[in-house]
Design a protein around this ligand. Structure first.
Ligand code: CTP
Length: 406
């Protein structure tokens, strides 16, 4: 983790049960050469002792705004200027609310208000608190002011409930701090993508699918990861290697893909639906192999969930990007699709003729968004993916103007 060496990290710890993970994070940061100044809230000290963090960081832990001895050594304004990065981990719902409101009612909140250095928060809370509109609203406000939001994870919580709200593991936070300093411009931005075809079972040996190779989705995942994003790629069955630094989730059916995507959305800033999801699945998947007994058979199909439309319809959706395959009137049909699904950007390709598309290494795209359009001419999918990512990031940046504080 060479990016961390010599850097000054002010680690804010607020009062959650996950505070114990911050001890490990402190150790990891110090081991890789960072200077760590811990600042704890009063509630944090209920969960972990300042003595532990003092021993691990090798510096006196700061807790109070009104401590004359500490203020004489380094006043709170000086402290706010000292750091290269302020990371609040865990950040409770209460702390995020205070920060969003611009409060300065304890040392850590005051530092966050006074500082001009980048701030990252790693939320940790009960899943109900995480999905409460008040918390969502606070996070949106913080994100538009350039605060980086790292996590949370989803899974079993200390309270026994299941869902989003777990603090990221210390190793992951360590990695994010490193990526931040290494300087990928999308460090800390979580991107979820779908790729490839889906398989809809007819019986144990047969299924419905399509010709999608997954190449475009994988190229996009690689392009996002190369710019430092935190990428989750949910893919149907394809014969492709996982790009470096990308977290891959393998699925088969549209419903599995839908479930995996919904489970990965917590903290997601950008969603790209690149998969050729089967619109229909057999109404029943036979438990045993179907025998050729009849002369005619009818296969009844039912609609699959529209994953992209469902993501776009979330209460606080990520920036959404969809694809459209058209055989004629590309821009017109694609714009209709963009509006119908409520997505921010749609990238359309002509699937008729020599232009590219399914199973090819090259493609050309017509990209549409509210009030804008760009043609990306025929190029190999890697090149095209990099151009499309740049376009997506530009439009995303206009929506959240101060998202990237550097
Ligand atoms: N999509 C999805 N879930 C589905 C169907 C499509 O997420 N069940 C996404 C695809 O990943 C892609 C976009 O929606 O981003 C494509 O929309 P769709 O309406 O399927 O477009 P076409 O395949 O072009 O559709 P149509 O058959 O209606 O022309």
């Amino acid at each position: 983790m060479a990016g961390v060496r010599g850097k000054k990290v002010l680690l804010g710890i607020t009062g959650g049960v996950a505070a114990y993970k911050s001890a490990v994070l402190t150790r990891l940061l110090v081991k890789s050469g960072a200077e760590v100044q811990v600042v704890m809230t009063a509630a944090a000290a209920e969960f972990i002792t300042p003595t532990t963090l003092q021993a691990l960081s090798g510096r006196l832990v700061r807790q109070s705004l009104f401590d004359p001895a500490h203020e004489a050594a380094m006043g709170h304004i000086e402290l706010a200027r000292w750091a290269d990065l302020i990371l609040v981990a865990p950040a409770t719902a209460d702390f995020l609310a205070r920060m969003a409101a611009g409060m300065a009612d304890d040392l850590l909140a005051t530092l966050c208000l006074a500082t001009s250095v980048p701030i990252a928060v790693a939320p940790a809370m009960n899943q109900g608190m995480w999905s409460n509109p008040a918390t969502e609203d606070n996070l949106r406000r913080l994100a538009t002011r350039g605060v980086l939001v790292w996590g949370p994870d989803s899974g079993l919580q200390a309270c026994g409930e299941q869902g989003p709200g777990r603090l990221l593991e210390p190793e992951r936070l360590h990695q994010l701090v490193n990526d931040f300093f290494v300087g990928g411009d999308l460090a800390g931005v979580r991107v979820v993508l779908t790729a490839g075809p889906t398989r809809e079972p007819i019986d144990p040996v047969r299924y419905l699918t399509n010709r999608s190779s997954g190449k475009m989705g994988f190229a996009l995942a690689a392009a996002f990861a190369n710019r430092g994003a935190d990428v989750v790629l949910v893919t149907g069955p394809v014969a492709l290697a996982t790009p470096n630094g990308v977290e891959r989730v393998d699925v088969e059916t549209a419903r599995e893909m839908d479930e995996a995507v919904m489970g990965a959305l917590a903290g997601c800033s950008i969603f790209v639906g690149c998969a050729a999801v089967a619109d229909y699945r057999p109404a029943v998947a036979a438990g045993q192999k179907i025998k050729k007994l009849e002369e005619h058979r009818t296969l009844e199909l039912v609609r699959n969930p529209d994953i992209l439309a469902r993501v776009a319809a979330q209460p606080s959706p990520p920036f959404t990007v969809g694809f459209a395959a058209e055989t004629q009137s590309v821009a017109e049909y694609a714009e209709q699709k963009r509006r119908a699904k409520g997505v921010d950007i749609i990238a359309a390709n002509l699937v008729a003729g020599e232009e590219g598309g399914f199973e090819r290494d090259q493609n050309a795209l017509t990209v549409l968004w509210e009030g804008g359009m760009r043609e990306l001419p025929l190029a190999d999918k890697g090149q095209l993916a990099r151009e499309l990512v740049t376009l997506i990031v530009n439009e995303y940046g206009k929506r959240y103007p101060t998202e990237d504080p550097r």
